[in-house]
Design a protein around this ligand. Structure first.
Ligand code: NAP
Ligand code: F7E
Length: 341
């Protein structure tokens, strides 16, 4: 019988790549979807036709228990979150509920449905749980590069909520013997990235300028540095983590770091444009507290899982610019886009 996976966040960037990867691996894939008329659900129905959908919300404990009972998954990937960092200052409580408490609700759904108690721990054949932890937990970094032992100092309500989910996942592993792991993933991008994140904002901005649809691009802090990789590679890592003999946490990143300025230079360069003629620095787009520098040390994932990234920063930027040029030239709408590359 095919192994069954349940993915929260199926309508997001990572949900789509993970679903495709698991379908290729022969899984029966289920996606948790929320809302009465969520437009992103019809996009998933159209583009991920082999994914089955089950209704549920990370804010609603009962719905998660029902979803786990219905799907009877072998593996649960918790990717659902409020994931845009600036929004976490505007809606800090909602971020805590979805991104933080949502992890507790999903772990509880698995624990209750599996009949696990403190005295009767998880046995073999248990549901395996993946938590989407984030390099944002390192925040104001204590060392560079960052590895699995680097202390956390989150700088946003999002980072704080992820840190709660991270420690809770570790705690359920230690308290109940559950197979529960966190992937501490650094920034990963693709042509499916939400338009609000900086890489996609830049690739869309470049495409608009190149096609004569805009004449400037407003950005915030150009000095922040990130370790940017390709989302398809990171989805593969999530699956690899749940196949390991022992449940352990892993850092996933490329080990290279670039500034937003370097990203902008590369993206405009890929379209034959000089960025300095078009980019406007806007103080209003700076954050109340910034994460200045992220750079992964992914040695553990490389040596223990055999995971390697396959797409370089330069290839990623070129891929995103090309995809957005094609999308906009064809009259596509990045917010309604039903033609994922
Ligand atoms: P994304 O594109 O923003 O997707 C977020 C997903 O969460 C969407 O499918 C959204 O579904 C779902 N969601 C929001 N509120 C929910 C709720 N109340 N109940 C259930 N689902 C809800 O994020 P992503 O880039 O794919 O990232 C996936 C996960 O990895 C997130 O947890 C993110 O925080 C984490 N992460 C991302 C990165 C990165 O660089 N991409 C790095 C580290 C960690 P709707 O369509 O219903 O809104
Ligand atoms: O910002 C700077 C901004 O919004 C990156 C999420 O997936 O990765 C993501 O979080 C940097 C920041 O991603 C603009 O100040 C400058 O320093 O693309 P971003 P993020 O905040 O790093 C982590 C790992 C996650 O877990 C999150 O879920 O770019 N920046 N100017 C800008 N950023 C944005 N969005 N827009 C600008 O105009």
């Amino acid at each position: 019988m095919a192994r069954r996976a349940l993915i929260t966040g199926i309508t997001g960037q990572d949900g789509s790549y993970l679903a495709e990867h698991l379908l290729r691996e022969g899984y029966e894939v289920w996606g948790l979807v929320r809302g009465q008329a969520n437009p992103r659900v019809s996009r998933v129905r159209q583009l991920l036709q082999d994914v089955r959908l089950v209704r549920g919300d990370l804010l609603d404990q009962g719905s998660l228990i029902s979803a786990v009972e219905k799907v009877q998954p072998d593996e649960v990937y918790n990717l659902g979150a409020i994931s845009f960092v600036p929004m976490s200052w505007e809606q800090a409580e909602l971020t805590a509920e979805v991104t933080g408490m949502g992890v507790l609700r999903m772990l509880e759904a698995i624990r209750v449905c599996s009949g696990i108690t403190a005295s009767r721990g998880a046995g073999s054949g248990q549901i395996r749980f993946y938590q989407a932890s984030s390099s944002e937990m390192f925040g104001q970094v204590r060392e560079t590069p960052q590895n699995e032992r680097t202390p956390f100092h989150p700088r946003s309500p999002y980072g704080v909520a992820k840190t709660y989910g991270h420690f809770l996942t570790q705690n359920y592993r230690e308290s109940y013997g559950m197979y529960a792991v966190s992937g501490i993933l650094f920034n990963h991008e693709s042509p499916r990235r939400g338009a609000e994140f900086v890489t996609r904002k830049v690739s869309l901005g470049v495409a608009r300028i190149k096609l004569g649809l805009a004449d400037e691009l407003r950005l915030g802090n150009l000095e922040a540095r990130r370790d940017w990789g390709f989302a398809g590679d990171y989805a593969r890592a999530m699956h690899m983590m749940l196949q390991a003999a022992e449940p352990e946490d892993y850092v996933i990143g490329t080990g290279r770091t670039q500034s937003v300025r370097e990203l902008v230079e590369a993206a405009f360069g890929a379209a034959g444009l000089d960025w300095e003629r078009y980019v406007v620095c806007d103080q209003a787009l700076h954050r109340p507290a910034e994460v200045d520098l992220l750079c992964a040390d992914p040695k553990k994932a490389r040596t223990q899982l055999g995971w390697e990234p396959t797409v370089t920063f330069e290839e990623l930027v070129a891929m995103m610019v090309e995809a957005d040029l094609n999308l906009l030239a064809g009259g596509g709408d990045p917010h309604q886009d039903s033609s994922w590359p």
